[in-house]
Design a protein around this ligand. Structure first.
Ligand code: FAD
Ligand code: NAD
Length: 396
């Protein structure tokens, strides 16, 4: 047929928003839309630090994709993307091939290990439902193993590498969970050590200094031990080596030291910087009018010429503009320039605590924690309306 084929790769923040907007804007039989994702569920990456530490359930962190899209309008393909072939406009899946006229790449990022020896082998990462299941079970298992051999107090040492937003949000949840694990496993809490190692001179590099100080105080009170201004230079099966030569013995290293673009994007032949593609103002990959890249795999510069940090917030907004631009391309209409509207940043610091900076104002503690809940609920409402808010929302 002559109906254009639109293929969206990835059903994360960018991909879901693109798909939903396309199904709203496209007329009947105006295009074939296929959404490819390796799972049949969409997960809330912004929530993963909780199931990782075991402070919330997996079921609060994901939703079946079929509940989010209209499968009469969009073909959902549960498969792994293996290769993007730009020259013959095909995507190779683990179990088939798709051809496209328009491609939207929304595959999300991957952990960046900066070539630090041992990290990819021995450290765990917070990237997906399955990666956080592993962290949660691994932590509980260390408590169980310790009870069989109480000489192994190193099993009660937990190391988080990197104190960016992911590291801080995770370490806060971990600090909330540890007292409960100690009770459950009859372990003396004073034997447990939570270390957060950060290479930069401060935690949350670049964030408002008053909020950084507040966050650090809250976490120290919860029992987190910070090592600031020291990089992890090696990871081993039984611990990490720091740049100053210090060794922390631990069977649990969670790496939150940064992300990069998806390897498939690099492999497709785009010019990338750490796996991410500098897209134009319409979200096109440079030189490809029919290929759009959004979310963690794209780079866009702010008015000061610095890249926007890769966030769910920008990925969602890009998804909407991307869908509008695909439709405009099909209709030979003028494309829209993407303009980021920054709603601010909120970082959770565990139960009842958070820091937020929005619209030039700063918020701390309980108020900031309520803002975080509102942000989460707003997202559920945007993608799934009231039913999803009631099903997955956390109000307490
Ligand atoms: P993703 O949301 O990562 O989606 C990518 C999708 O592609 C996934 O569904 C994945 O399964 C799928 N996929 C990947 N590879 C393949 C393949 N080969 N084949 C098929 N499917 C594939 N940002 C904020 O704005 N606010 C926050 O509060 C916030 N909190 C965060 C907390 C944590 C713990 C973390 C790790 C990140 C947080 N972020 C936050 C960042 C945010 O999650 C990301 O920027 C966002 O998820 C990027 O969206 P995306 O659409 O590019 O990719
Ligand atoms: P990041 O790159 O923001 O932070 C990584 C941290 O690890 C940095 O502080 C870096 O200095 C440190 N680091 C790097 N190498 C190190 C080493 N060898 N030893 C010790 N420390 C090292 O990564 P992230 O925290 O995963 O965040 C990724 C993106 O997701 C960011 O854009 C962030 O804004 C976004 N995010 C947002 C939120 C939120 O808004 N609440 C939460 C999580 C993530």
């Amino acid at each position: 047929s002559t109906i254009p084929k639109i293929v969206i790769l990835g059903a994360g923040y960018g991909g879901i928003l693109t798909a939903q907007r396309l199904q709203k804007e496209l007329n009947y039989n105006e295009a074939d839309v296929t959404l490819v994702n390796r799972h049949d569920y969409h997960y809330f990456t912004t929530h993963l630090h909780m199931p990782a530490a075991g402070t919330d359930s997996i079921e609060h962190t994901r939703v079946s994709i079929s509940k989010l899209i209209d499968e009469f309008k969009i073909d959902l393909v549960k498969s792994n993307v293996k290769e993007i072939r730009l020259s013959d406009r095909k995507v190779i899946l683990q179990d088939g091939t798709l051809s496209f006229d328009y491609l939207v790449i929304a595959l999300g990022g991957e952990p960046e290990s900066f070539g630090i020896p041992g990290l990819s082998e021995y450290a765990m990462t917070i990237r997906s439902i399955n990666s956080v299941r592993l962290i949660r079970e691994h932590i509980e298992y260390q408590f169980a193993l310790y009870k069989l051999d109480e000489s192994r107090t190193d099993r009660l040492n937990f190391v988080v590498g990197g104190a960016g937003f992911s590291g801080i949000e995770f370490v806060a949840e971990l600090a909330d969970r540890i007292p409960r694990l100690c009770k459950e496993y009859d372990v003396d809490p004073s034997l447990v050590n939570i270390y957060n190692v950060e290479a930069a001179p401060a935690i949350l590099p670049g964030f408002d200094s008053e909020l950084v100080e507040y966050a650090q105080n809250v976490l120290v009170k919860k029992g987190v031990q910070f090592k600031i201004g020291i990089a992890i230079k090696e990871c081993m099966e039984d611990g990490v080596v720091l740049a100053n030569g210090e060794v922390i013995r631990s069977a649990t290293v969670v790496w939150t030291g940064g992300i990069r673009g998806n390897r498939l994007v690099e492999a497709a032949g785009f010019e990338t910087s750490r796996g991410r593609v500098m897209v134009d103002e319409y979200l096109h990959a440079p030189g490809y009018e029919h290929v759009f890249i959004i979310g963690d795999n794209s780079i866009m510069l702010n008015p000061e010429g610095r890249p926007y940090p890769p966030t769910a917030q920008i990925a969602m907004q890009q998804g909407v503009t991307c869908a509008q631009n695909v439709v405009a391309s099909i209709r030979n209409k003028e494309l829209k320039k993407f303009a980021f509207s920054n709603k601010g940043t909120v970082a959770s610091l565990g139960k009842g605590e958070a820091v937020a900076s929005a619209f030039g104002k700063k918020y701390k503690g309980w108020v900031a924690a309520q803002i975080k809940k509102l942000v989460d609920i707003r997202y559920l409402f945007i993608i799934g309306g009231i039913p999803l808010v009631l099903k997955k929302g956390r109000f307490l």
